[in-house]
Design a protein around this ligand. Sequence first.
Ligand code: FES
Ligand code: FES
Length: 155
Amino acid sequence: MTTLDINGQRKSVDTVQETPLLWVLRDELGMCGTKFGCGMALCGACTVHMDGQPIRSCITPISALEGKKISTIESMESDRVGKVVQAAWVELGVAQCGYCQGGQIMTAVGLLKTNGKPTDKQIDEAMSGNICRCGTYPRIRAAIKLAAQRLQGAK
Ligand code: FES
Ligand code: FES
């Protein structure tokens, strides 16, 4: 039995320690906002936060997570930065098919929590590991900039 702290709640899961967090979230806990894309840390669809830092849940075994705070896309509406980012996403109509967007938002929130005023280059670098087959990159960048302005109280 492993106890995980997910979105501020303690969850006990009875699964082998090598199991990637992604499958515990989706299959054991029914939290399907975190997506499976590649399973090899290449696409970013499975991004969650561990102690506030974006990580790839498809390659992170639950054995690495005891005592850590995990946040998923499901908690972003109650996160100060996450809420603003999601509102910017909606306002600018960022999503196309939507599949990659949970991971995109988690990476964007991670960026804005460490850099409140990112340049285009810093946004592109931070987001480079999140792939969007629909090509929504320009709108993602615009939404991150809008969210940054809102968080600074400028707009
Ligand atoms: S599913 Fe984890 S990075 Fe692609
Ligand atoms: S919105 Fe379709 S994969 Fe990104």
